[in-house]
Design a binder for this molecule. Structure first.
Ligand code: FAD
Ligand code: PYC
Length: 416
């Protein structure tokens, strides 16, 4: 009975909220490592974990200028799906989705992956043709995909305004039932804890300020805590990738732009599927604790401030209210921005650079959260074997010289 009394609650709080154990160590940097990973977001931490776990490479440091998951990993709307158009990207994201399905067990840490289904709405005949084409392409690649009519969408999401009188009426949608959401910072913490347990050093509050090269090969990184030598340097820094590349004299085909999201006050359960619409432009899901998690479009200018312009967020809220008139009475609690790294073909860059031993994993833009485990896995394999993992091969930097671009603009959750 005491469990439910006020006194019981206070006792519980005092007992469980004191003397917390560290979940990962806080080591001093060593003079040198075999591999230094720059960026303690989900992708960098996953890379470190799989390097140690799968390849036995444990002489690794993850160097993070702020706190783990403080970049886009902790700022995104966590939509996970694998319904991309092109074969190369479909295989990579599907590989990642399969890893999500077992990730909490793999890490022994609950990342709260919730495969509640992802709906992608069509508002015009052209949208519907594109959606149908993508559903067919997904099925050819063995990826679950369904085409829904407007009536089926309405049945699945009773709160949605599917009236033919809407300004942009819902004509139908694709549905990937295995898609869903996860708890963003738990993903960073789960990979961090598991990488640390394998012997990886995680160095927070350590900013890389320079990349040292000698004779065309990388020798280490200058940091706010001194020089750290490395045989390999792997940059996984999302919106800051261009800045890091410039430190080694490289220019990446990337634009860094703010992308915003916001959360509402908590509501009773009312939306049990993820809804995306590039037509009216918004994406929304309801987190397990009840708040609506809503995402916007990118600002149309480059920048490094982790906030975005008011007009973009206002446009998104208009779209949300149009799709869900009931949400017009909901108060918004917080909004923020992250800096996304966008490639011309809306696909990532994974692999080596012209500098020997210097690797980049970036360009995931507005859609890399879903790729976190898969990206870490294939990048670790690429680093360990010093050749592209087969799933990473289509995403090498030299595709911008050969012209073998993997255009995924149509499947990006955010129009840009
Ligand atoms: P980050 O988590 O950004 O990690 C990079 C780290 O590098 C940062 O922690 C940063 O501090 C560190 N760093 C940078 N420079 C240095 C330096 N010089 N020295 C040391 N450390 C450095 N994707 C989806 O799949 N689904 C979504 O629903 C989705 N929604 C999004 C919504 C928003 C608002 C945003 C901003 C992004 C969204 N994304 C989404 C994209 C997704 O968040 C990213 O692609 C993904 O999280 C990138 O992970 P990362 O580990 O590469 O980068
Ligand atoms: O990639 O699915 C996605 C996405 C949705 C919102 C932002 N990115």
């Amino acid at each position: 009975m005491e469990r439910y009394s006020l006194l019981g609650l206070v006792r519980h709080a005092r007992h469980y909220h004191e003397n917390w154990q560290r979940v990962w160590r806080d080591p001093a940097p060593k003079k040198a490592y075999d591999t230094v990973i720059v960026g303690g977001g989900g992708h960098g931490l996953a890379t470190a974990y799989y390097l140690a776990k799968v390849h036995g490479v444990t002489d690794v440091a993850v160097v993070e200028k702020g706190w783990l998951g403080g970049g886009n990993t902790g700022r995104n709307t966590t939509i996970i799906r694998s319904n991309y158009l092109r074969d190369g990207s479909s295989h990579l994201y599907e590989f990642s989705l399969k890893l999500w399905e077992g990730l909490s067990q793999e890490l022994n840490f609950n990342v709260m992956f919730s495969p509640r289904g992802v709906l992608y709405l069509g508002h015009t005949l052209h949208d519907m043709r594109e959606i149908e084409r993508r559903v067919n392409a997904n099925r050819l690649n063995g990826i679950d995909a369904e085409l829904l009519s407007a009536a089926e969408v309405q049945k699945l999401v009773p709160l949605m305004n599917c009236s033919p009188d809407a300004r942009y009426p819902v004509l139908g949608a694709s549905l990937q039932r295995r898609g869903g959401i996860a708890r963003h910072d738990a993903v960073a913490w789960g990979f961090a804890r598991a990488a640390d347990a394998q012997g990886v050093d995680i160095l927070q509050r350590t900013e890389v300020t320079g990349i040292r090269c000698d004779n065309g090969a990388v020798t280490g990184v200058e940091t706010s805590r001194g020089f750290i030598g490395a045989r390999k340097v792997a940059c996984v820094a999302a919106g800051n990738s261009g800045v890091l590349a410039a430190m080694a004299g490289l220019k990446l085909p990337i634009e860094s732009r703010p992308l915003q999201a916001l959360v509402s006050e908590p509501l009773k359960p009312c939306l049990d599927v993820v809804v995306q619409s590039s037509g009216v432009h918004c994406y929304v899901s309801q987190a397990d604790k009840g708040d609506l998690v809503i995402g916007a479009g990118t600002d149309s200018y480059n920048g490094y401030g982790q906030r975005g312009s008011f007009s973009v967020i206002e446009h998104t809220l208009q779209a949300v209210c149009e799709l869900f008139p009931a949400f017009s009475r909901v108060r918004m609690n917080r909004h923020w921005g992250g800096i996304v790294d966008i490639c011309p073909d809306a696909c990532p860059i994974i692999g080596e650079t012209p500098v020997r031993g210097l690797y980049f994993n970036c360009g995931w833009g507005t859609g890399g959260f879903k790729a976190t485990p898969g990206s870490g896995y294939v990048f670790a394999d690429t680093l360990a074997h010093e050749r592209p993992h087969p799933l990473a091969a289509p995403f090498s930097l030299d595709r911008f010289a050969t012209g073998a671009l993997v255009d995924e603009h149509g499947a990006a959750g955010v129009a840009h």
